[in-house]
Write a protein that binds this ligand. Sequence first.
Ligand code: NAD
Length: 269
Amino acid sequence: MKTIAITGAASGIGRATAAQLQSEGHRTIGVDVNKANTSKSLIADLSTHDGRKAAVAGILEHCDGKLDGFVPCAGLSGLPDRPGSLLVSLNYFGTVEMIDGLHDALAASGEASVVALSSNSTTTAPGLPMKLVEALATGDEEAARAVGDKTGSLMAYPATKMALARWLRERAVKEEWIGRGINMNAIAPGKTETAMVAEGMADPAIGPHMDKFPMPIGRNGKPEEIASLICFLLGPTARFFVGSVIFIDGGTDALLRTNDFPAAFPIPS
Ligand code: NAD
């Protein structure tokens, strides 16, 4: 039996992941603004530093300082009237500060995994604002929040998810992480039927556009399909995955970015 913490565990992908882990006999610690149906449910607002600090302390208490897996799912999508700064603080800092805070407990496991939620919007949203990605990479939350507000949450969303994937890939290969037995990977889902997508679809300004996004498979993803990939990456047969960003999107990235990956590695000058 492993002990695995999941943020955003009260809904959608986080809830489906917690349910699958529990059915496999693992102990789950859920963190959310709402109560989660996990072995232990912690309430915390991860868009604030104090909320993250309390969440880390709560997880450490309930895992006795040894954590086998961490799945930071808590996130919000962009909406016309939602400030970009909220996505900066929740999607990016609400993930990376939690991973950092849990490092020692993950290392204590000896064979731990982190699976972070990026998004296929990183490669398929036209005009992704790199200025915000760069601001996030500095680690200065207040400065990044200001850029996020200027950007607006609709375009801040893919930027937070790209910055997160890059943050994770940079660290995943380091001695401090893989050298301590912590496999870190990200997944990049496409449109999946959760409360987040329902909220976007209900918005009169963006809802009609969300339906037009090309999905070669001809349907949206199900939270259980995304949870299956997460649970595989948390498991013992996935230890060779390190710093990967795995797209699970019904073919959208392959359709829109066919020849952009794999890309040739230029001869170093
Ligand atoms: P969801 O809305 O069903 O779940 C998100 C959860 O985050 C909710 O339980 C919510 O209460 C929680 N949350 C919101 N604000 C919070 C806060 N301040 N502090 C703590 N918890 C908070 O959405 P989902 O689709 O399951 O999304 C899960 C993750 O997957 C997100 O990071 C999202 O960006 C990512 N993702 C989703 C899709 C999709 O199409 N659904 C696609 C790509 C990536």
